[in-house]
Design a protein around this ligand. Structure first.
Ligand code: FES
Ligand SMILES: [Fe+2]
Length: 372
């Protein structure tokens, strides 16, 4: 039945959700400091002492592996006088983490093991690095800045079971590209979750997948997503749709015939292809600026082949990414206009609408908690 203007229509969120710095700060707390966020991949820190940093809500977070092979995460803040300990974005600790100011030294498990000239009376057990909770799902590292988070499994719901066949933990990263997008993080989420724009914005993508073939899964509390089928003989998302790598082992005929696009709130976009996996993680920097880290992960058996090729997939998505970032930046620019008012969503935009509802629901829940 056609939607008439007299019926209530779902609309986009008011402009302030994309332009108000105070609302942005509240959202950072709500989504990026109190829930699990995807920080990277477990194989970024294969050896004890390997580390990388992530910046979230103005905090610098260390992610490393200790001598017992346990993933560890800490605030990058010395317990002596608060100095940021690591400056480099990644590297290797030689068995310990030492502050460059006065030499306070911590084990890879965060315990204080040395404090030069500290008074005898201070109890070292009282000064470990401030811990950040870390957990791994199928090779993806998640961190949670809240002191007592609910288990990661609760946030992921049925995703681990649903994507078991891709065995993501067994894949290796081939390429990473970092983008700086002048748009609010939610606009990037909204853009990822609909393909109504594909025929206009992505001619290359539209040649190999049918934007109307999308089948959306029922929106969940922690994620939204769906699948899209290949068309015209295409077998994967690449410049010409040609399959240049074997299918990922474990995928059935159904899973080989489409791409799975899932947004795992708040910051992971998972694009599961028949022969590789692409991930985006979103890192909000300001109300109108987001860093996006995009990575392409392949099966190691393919990567060691002499004729291994990946440029077809990387270049295809790099072009598509840039098209999406450019339109997201134009959205950001237009939304802040004095004349802009929320516009109507079509039926093809049910996932963006579900995302908006999730944003509002969490805001309401937070408000209720504060009132109590
Ligand atoms: S601030 Fe780190 S050792 Fe003094
Ligand atoms: Fe797009």
């Amino acid at each position: 039945m056609p939607i008439s203007d007299t019926q209530p229509v779902a609309t986009t969120l008011p402009a302030r959700y994309y332009t108000d710095p105070d609302l942005f700060r509240d959202e950072l707390e709500r989504f990026y400091c109190k829930t699990w966020i995807c920080a990277g991949r477990a194989n970024q820190v294969p050896m004890p002492g390997d580390y990388f940093l992530r910046e979230v809500a103005g905090e610098s977070i260390i992610i490393t592996r200790d001598g017992s092979d346990v993933l560890q995460s800490f605030f990058n803040v010395c317990r002596h006088r608060g100095t940021r300990i690591c400056a480099g974005s990644e590297g290797h600790f030689a068995g310990r983490i030492q502050c460059g100011y006065h030499g306070w030294t911590y084990g890879l498990d965060g315990k204080l093991i040395g404090a030069p000239h500290a008074q005898e009376s201070i109890c070292r057990e009282n000064y470990p690095l401030n811990r950040v909770h870390a957990a791994v799902w199928d090779g993806h590292i998640f961190i949670n800045l809240s002191p007592e988070p609910t288990p990661l499994a609760c946030q992921l719901e049925d995703l681990p079971k649903m994507f078991l066949h891709w065995n993501m933990a067994g894949l290796r990263m081939h390429r990473r590209i970092q983008y700086e997008v002048k748009a609010n993080w939610k606009l990037i989420m909204l853009n990822y979750n609909e393909c109504l724009h594909c025929p206009i914005l992505h001619p290359a993508l539209s040649a190999i997948t049918d934007y109307l073939s999308g089948e959306n899964a029922e929106p969940h509390r922690g994620y939204i997503g769906g699948t899209m089928k290949f068309q015209g003989g295409a077998k994967t998302m690449s410049k010409d749709g040609k399959l240049r790598r074997d299918y990922l082992p474990g995928l059935n005929a159904h899973e080989r015939s489409r791409v799975y696009y899932y947004a795992v709130f708040p910051n992971l976009l998972l694009s599961l292809h028949p022969d590789y996996v692409m991930t985006h993680t979103l890192w909000p920097r300001a109300v109108d600026r987001t860093d996006v880290i995009c990575e392409w992960h392949f099966h190691p058996d393919e990567m060691v082949k002499a004729n291994f090729e990946a440029d077809d997939a990387v270049e295809f998505w790099d072009i598509t990414n840039r098209e999406d970032w450019a339109i997201s930046e134009l959205s950001q620019a237009g939304i802040k206009s004095r004349v802009h008012k929320p516009g109507p969503y079509s039926r093809c935009e049910s996932l963006p609408h579900a995302f908006d509802q999730m944003v509002l629901d969490r805001e309401n829940q937070e408000r209720k908690k504060q009132v109590r």
